[in-house]
Each structure stands twice: as C-alpha cells, then as structure tokens.
Unconditional design. Sequence first.
Lengths: 281, 314
Amino acid sequence: MTVDAARRDWRGRLFTLLIVLVVSVLAALWLFPFVWAVVVSFKDPSEIVTDIWALPDRLIWDNYASAFDGLNYVRSLGNSLFVATSAALLQCVTGTLAAYAFARIVFPGREILFTLFLATLMIPTTVTLTANFLILQNFGWIDTYAALIVPQAASGFAIFLLRQFFLTIPNELQDAARMDGAGHLRFLWHVVVPLSRPALTTVFVFIFITNYNEFLWPLIMTSSEDMRVIQIALSTYTATEGITDFGPFMAAAVLTLLPTVILFAFLQRAFVRGITRTGIK
Amino acid sequence: MSEARTERRPRAALRLPPFGRLRRRIGDLVTAYLFVLPAAAVLFTFQYLPAIDIFRISLTNRLLLRPRWGYVGLDNYERLLNDGRFWNSVWNTFLFVVGSVPLQIALALALAIALAGPLRRAGFFRTVFFLPVAASLVGVSVIWEWIYHPRLGVLNELLGMIGVQGPNWLASSTWAMPSIILLVVWTGTGYYMVIYLAGVLDISKEYYEAAVLDGASRWQQFVHVTWPLLTPVTYLVIVLQVINSFQVFTTVYVMTGGGPARATEVLVYYLYQRAFESLEFGYASAIAVVLFLFLAVLTVIIRVGYGRTVTYDR
C-alpha cells in the first residue's frame, strides 16, 4: 500500500466514525421523547416537580389509572380500532377489485378512469372539509361510524399500489386460468389475492395507521362522547385537566401511541414499502 | 397500459372464433366496470363532489345553523382581501413552510446518505428515525408540550444547566412558531428520509466507482453524482412537503390553539375556526378554494422548475 492510499484509508475511517457519532447523537434525540414519556408516566406527581432527571423510585400505576378513566380508554380505543380496521379492510376490497380491472382487464375508458382515480391524490383533504360535512349531513351520518368509515373506504393510494403489484403477475397464469374455464373473479380470488399478500399487507397496515392517527376528520364529523376516537379523547383530556398533570398526561399519550407503535414494530417493512412504492402518505 | 393491449389482442384472436371474441369483450367490459364501481362511488362522493362543491359554497352566505341562504357572488372573496386575520394566517403558514421544509429536506437527505453508506446494516437507526411517522401527531404533541414546559420541561432544564434562562416556548409569540417547526421536523424527517433512502440505494455503484477513478472527493461525488441523480426524488419530496406543510393543523390545534396572539394561526387552522367555530361555511369555503388553487398552481410551478429529470444512461 502506498503512503497516499494509507492516508486516504485512515481519513476514510475517521470520516465514517464521525458519521456514526453524529447519527447516534441524532438517534438519541429522536428516541428521547418516547423514552422519557414512558419514564415520566411511572413517576409520582411530586417527583416530576422536584427532580426532572430522577428515575421513578418504584413504578406507580396511578397515572395509568387516571389516564384510563380520563380517556375513557376502552370505549375510545375500541372506536379507533373499529374504524381503522374497517377502513383498512374495505380499502383492501375496493382497491383489489379496481386495481385488478386496471391491471388485468382491457376495456374502453380504462386509461381515463385510472387517471381520474389517481388524480384524487391531488385533492387535499383539508380543502374539502366544509363540502364533505354538508354531504355527510345530507346522508344523516354526522356523529356516526359511517361518517368515519365510508369516506375512507377507497383511495387512489391503495388502487395505485395494488395495480403496480398486479401488473407483475405473469400473463401466462391468466391464460392458463382462462383455458381452465375460470372467469375473472375466480382468477382474482384463487391466484391474484394469494400472490399479492405482501401488497395487501402494506395497504392494510398503511391505511390502518393513517386512520388510527387521524385527528381533523373525526374532530369535525363526530361530537358525542360515545363516538370519540382515541385521538379526540387524548386532546380533550389533556386540554381540560390541570396544566401540570404530566404524569397522567404522559400515561395517556403512551396508551394512545402504543397500538400503532407495536404494529409498526412488527410490520415496519410493509409500512415503509407503502411510502417508497408510491411516495404518498 | 397500451402495450398490454397490443400484446394481448392477437393472442385472443388466435384462440377464439369471432363471435366468442365479441362476447368475451362485452363480458370483460361489464366485469371491469363492476369491479371499479365501489371505489368509483366512494371517490366520486367524498373527493370529486366536495372538491367541486366548495367552489359553489364559496359563492353563498351559508351559515351552518341557518337554513336560509343565498348566492352572494364574489362577496366572500372580496371580504378575504380585507381580512387581516386571513393575511396573518397566510403569513404564518409561509413562515412555517420556509422554516420546516428546507430543514427537513437537508436532514432527510443527510440521514439517507449516512444510512445508505456507512450505516447500511444498522436497521435500528432507520427504525428510530421513522418511528415518529407511525406515531399519532396528537400523542407526540402532548409529549412535546411537556418538553417545552417553562418550569417542568426538559428543554429549559437543559438550558438552565448552561446558565440560560429559557423562554416560555409555546406562550411566547416569538418562540411558539419555531417550537412547532422543531416538533414537525422531528416527526416528519423520517418519512422523507425513507423516500430518499430508496432513491440513494437505487443509484448504481458504477457511477461512484467511475467518480473515484477520476479522483473525485466525497463532496464532489455528492455534487456530481448523488444530488443530480436524485432530482426526481427531490422533486417528489418537495411536492409532498409543500402540500403537507401548507395543511399543518393538528400540532397547532393541540399545542397552541393558534396562539399566543394568533402567532401560530396557520391557514387551515383559520379555515377550521371560520367553518366549525363561527360556522361560516360560505366564507370558510372561499378560504378553502384559495388554498386549493394555490396548492395546484404551486405544484405546477415546482413541476416546471424541477421537472427535468437527470440520467447518466447512454
């Protein structure tokens, strides 16, 4: 090795070390709010005030008991899980059907329809709120589950993602199925759906997390306490209680964040694929 | 799409007699439209219909609780021009976008390059930076409210250690907006990092090998290989960022409620106030139309200014 190459090698290592160091510090900053929220959620209220950095002497579950009541956790979590699961399942169904038509059937009007479907991604949800409220009011759906679920039952995102996947299925399979006398529905159900499990998982996880975390839509479309999803319950709870009640507040935040964080931990790949394949959230 | 059509037609023609072919094509047509119908019904009713309807509502004096209303022409738009609160919200949104978008892009790109290179095998980091994206904005905002708390918050505690008296972040009209920007950078960067990461990993190693042979430094590699080849990705990231940033709402609602003294009242928050607090649907729809058109124009401008894609192929 020449002196020059050795020097370059040495500098390269130092550079890498520097990058690792900087990224590690950033990662610590990124993780800190989550970790500390959990720590504080187990602290006694007096401990929170007197010593910020102290770890709790013993785990105190009182904060969680308060948060549980304050959030009306069983009801609000149940609402959120029901809404998010329904929307995700419905999008898998409507998305699969539409994507199949766009990817595997040749029919007049296909290109224009697909463009129109895709163009919905350019309509910002915040812009259509007033008109959507009036539409749901006409249906008599304000403050019902239908208002939270039905408008989320289809999306350009799911259709686009599934279509991309369906296009990769070899034509030979479709021809073989046709020779065996199988129509589109049977081919879709027995061949396409089983092959597309990864894409369907991505759609499900993505739509579930998006709907579970949604705040503005349920804020506007529901009003009664029974219809509160967990995001509304959390914002109401932390806004009405005393300002310095951080123990219960952090417990409430942890209870709210837990389901998506767990789901994300298990299905991270599927979720990330949803972003990189489409560039859409 | 069209290549699939030209590809499949002759094959079908070989197998089926003319009559059967016609019947199959009609069958395909019916099946296709039945398959598309459920999604079309939802998208039409809750996306296209309202997107068109806001234009109509914006021409009325509709109040939510008053049954009688009429068309008032462009009155709402005229009122917008003289509405100081509207222009204040436009200005705040502008500050928010200028403060958060470049920071997120720079950070996301830097992290993506680090995670694609030296830290490629450390999936842990990817998870950490991405975690806030899967977390709910309300939950995260509640946690950060405590970080920003003037007496009990970690931020001022840290500043106190180096002898600095931190402000009351969210209650100060100077610091409330930067505080929200910082939180949004923390939540959003991971999302754009993932998009950039996919883009960086897509770049062929050969370009870097050729650059190294030519004696290019790391910085030169970035300027002449990575950055130009990421042009389409950067375009996508900018469009997504701008569209998302102009619609910021939840963090503002939870952390400051638009205050103090309307220092964080952004456009969508103002729209929400008009529509669902003072129930002026006509006026709120005019705000929505302006936002809609503005975003559409902006997307086109970014497209024109940034749409040239760079490839080093051929």
